[in-house]
Ligand binder design. Structure first.
Ligand code: C2E
Ligand code: MG
Ligand code: MG
Ligand code: MG
Length: 290
């Protein structure tokens, strides 16, 4: 019966189509991996910076550094795709190192341009695989040392899966980052497996509510309930909350009303180049933006 099915599939070309699909995907992976390796070695990646806004005062508190890759042949490759390739190929450690150095160097270039340290911080994303494979604490220590940036201007964005993977190792790392005076944010909060006990016992400072809960919370009661629950959980545990994916003024005002600390989203600004992000900050740093 199975053989007959294969014969029919072969005759109808389905097996060929399947093989071509798998082959194409493998080829793209292979191409992406070798091009990403070259881009990392030759300075082909850039960072984009998206402002983080204090929802109660409207002040710009910092920026999230987001990796960008434009390849001459492939065009713009999304972080979702190339971060996954980096994680599968071992390139995530050098990519993460590059992003951390670049983020701290950007802060120090902004400080130099302004003539004194900007009252803003920088958030850097950490992949769970990078955390498992690389010495992330000494990476931050070196980046802070070479840039002269104070540790309390940096926030490491980690995910729930990094803690689930190896709680002991995660604790050691987070304690080491706190010794550098850095802040720790739990990114995409609500989408993974969260151990509430670990939220309480690990030195976590901030929960970032995933944008899948934020963007539809005005129309979808379930989403609003989740956001409200995260806010009250955070209050009980003495954590601050950042809402990501704020695309409208209505959302910004509602989250402000709910007492949410910080916001991020296209309503305020899209991720920008280093120069544009500096200009954005300089034009608004003493004005309200909410
Ligand atoms: P993330 O850390 O959760 O970053 C937030 C993502 O939401 C960014 O996508 C940002 O552009 C997007 N975003 C912000 N505001 C809005 C909004 O109002 N509406 C919508 N629709 N989207 C919004 P991006 O830049 O494509 O990055 C995707 C993911 O790739 C990031 O999610 C992060 O997990 C990963 N990533 C990016 N750069 C790095 C990096 O340097 N290292 C690591 N390990 N991961 C990175
Ligand atoms: Mg993030
Ligand atoms: Mg996020
Ligand atoms: Mg994410």
């Amino acid at each position: 019966k199975a053989q007959a099915a294969v014969k029919i599939a072969k005759r109808s070309g389905k097996v060929e189509i399947y093989r071509n699909g798998v082959l194409k995907e493998a080829q793209r992976r292979f191409t992406l991996e070798s091009k990403l390796r070259d881009a990392l070695a030759q300075g082909g990646l850039t960072l984009a910076f998206q402002p983080l806004i204090h929802l109660q005062t409207g002040e710009i508190t910092g920026f999230e550094a987001l990796a960008r890759w434009h390849d001459p042949e492939l065009g713009h490759v999304s972080p979702a795709e190339f971060i996954a390739v980096a994680e599968e190929s071992g390139l995530i450690a050098p990519l993460g190192r590059w992003a951390t150095y670049e983020a701290t160097q950007t802060l120090s270039r902004w400080d130099a341009k302004f003539g004194e340290p900007l009252p803003v911080g920088m958030n850097v994303n950490l992949s769970p695989i990078q955390m498992a494979r690389d010495d992330v604490a000494s990476m931050f220590e070196e980046a802070l040392h070479y840039s002269g940036i104070a540790g309390n201007r940096l926030t490491a964005e980690i995910t729930e899966s990094a803690i689930v993977a190896d709680p002991g190792k995660a604790r050691k790392l987070l304690v080491a980052l706190k010794d550098l005076r850095m802040h720790i944010a739990m990114d995409d909060f609500g989408t993974g497996y969260s151990n509430l006990a670990s939220l309480h016992s690990l030195p976590i400072d901030i929960l970032k509510i995933d944008r899948s809960f934020v963007f539809s919370m005005l129309e979808d009661r379930d989403k609003a309930v989740i956001v409200r629950t995260i806010l009250s959980l955070a209050e009980s545990l003495n954590l601050r909350v950042t809402a990501e994916g704020i695309e409208t003024q209505e959302l910004a005002l509602e989250l402000q009303r709910m007492g949410c600390w910080q916001g991020q989203g296209y309503y305020f600004a899209r991720p920008m180049s280093e120069a544009d992000a500096f200009d954005y900050w300089r034009a608004r740093w003493n004005f309200e933006t909410v």
